[in-house]
Design a protein around this ligand. Structure first.
Ligand code: HEC
Ligand code: HEC
Length: 254
């Protein structure tokens, strides 16, 4: 056996030891008042999710290739909708909420028709696709101070923040997603991606309330060019920005 082969053999042996020692990351989750179990989630996943997300959880299901954006690749442990800092794992509650809500402007449906128990089982199972859950802990959620009054002054200040933070470069001056950078953007899989169009509605992938909106630009959508602004925006300016963004949706049906 060459030295390299010996090293590899030892590495494999150590890995399999570790693999049996480490419990499966999603074996059990406690969320939404229920305990989700990966074993049960596996059956549900095969029934409802596999056609898009694929048997290996890599987003390569047989229908997935026809979708833009593509179904999430769960093996990377990267999620758009998080209350946690950019680059870190989401909380169980984040992903649980996303499964129930679905992702606006994508093929990901809402799974509200399933019970909370079933959604928790699914969450436990999809965590097993990425080793990140076994080695990393989700960071504490972003703190969101109470919303101050929405006023003409707040909207005006928010407009200046939109300008200064250069949201317009992607989202456009009028928020319709036609900024100068909008045609050049790609996601972490090198697929073209378009900025959100504020004239399309009042829903977002990651929620629909003012608090959801605050969280979206403060934590960013991981795996996309949509950055996190937490390090650049104090909370009062972030709330002004929320109030301004809502004016870009004026006249839109709620
Ligand atoms: C018809 C296709 C389709 C089916 C079926 C489907 N998904 Fe998805 N899913 C998607 C697409 C497409 C995305 C990516 C959307 C995006 O990036 O905007 C996605 C993304 C996700 C995400 C990532 C959320 C985030 O914050 O990034 C989760 C979690 C998820 N799906 C869970 C599920 C579960 C659980 C099931 C089965 C109950 C399921 N999906 C079934 C198409 C599907
Ligand atoms: C470099 C380009 C870029 C910049 C700069 C940018 N965004 Fe985005 N933004 C995007 C892209 C791309 C998406 C769509 C992501 C997706 O569909 O997954 C997006 C999505 C969004 C969404 C919708 C998220 C959802 O859950 O559906 C909001 C809200 C948003 N951006 C607000 C802002 C604000 C506010 C700023 C400035 C503080 C900003 N963006 C700056 C590229 C950008």
């Amino acid at each position: 056996m060459s030295k390299l082969n010996r090293v590899c053999a030892v590495a494999v042996a150590v890995w399999s030891l570790l693999a049996t020692a480490i419990p499966s990351p999603g074996a059990e989750v406690n969320v939404g008042g229920v305990t989700g179990q990966a074993a049960r989630g596996k059956q549900l996943y095969r029934r409802y999710c596999v056609g898009c997300h694929g048997a290996k959880g890599d987003g390569q299901g047989e229908n997935g290739v026809y979708m833009e954006p593509r179904p999430r690749d769960f093996t990377t442990g990267t999620f758009k909708c998080r209350s946690t800092p950019t680059g870190t794992l989401p909380l169980d509650t984040d992903v649980f909420a996303t499964i129930g809500r679905g992702l606006f402007a994508s093929s990901m449906p809402s799974w509200k028709a399933l019970t909370a128990q079933e959604r928790a089982d699914l969450l436990a199972f999809i965590k097993d696709f990425s080793p990140r859950w076994a080695v990393e802990k989700p960071q504490p959620a972003l703190e969101i101070p109470p919303e101050p009054a929405d006023s003409t002054e707040s909207v005006k200040r928010g407009g200046k923040v939109y300008e200064r933070m250069e949201c317009w470069k992607c989202h456009g001056k009028d928020g319709s997603g036609n900024g100068p950078s909008s045609t050049t953007l790609t996601d972490n899989k090198d697929r073209p991606i378009v900025p959100y169009d504020f004239s399309k509605g009042t829903r977002f992938k990651c929620g629909r309330t003012n608090e959801d909106l605050y969280k979206i630009f403060m934590t960013g959508l991981d795996g996309t060019p949509m950055p996190s602004f937490k390090d650049n925006l104090p909370p009062d300016e972030a709330w002004d920005l929320v109030h301004y963004l809502r004016t870009l949706q004026a006249g839109v049906k709620k």
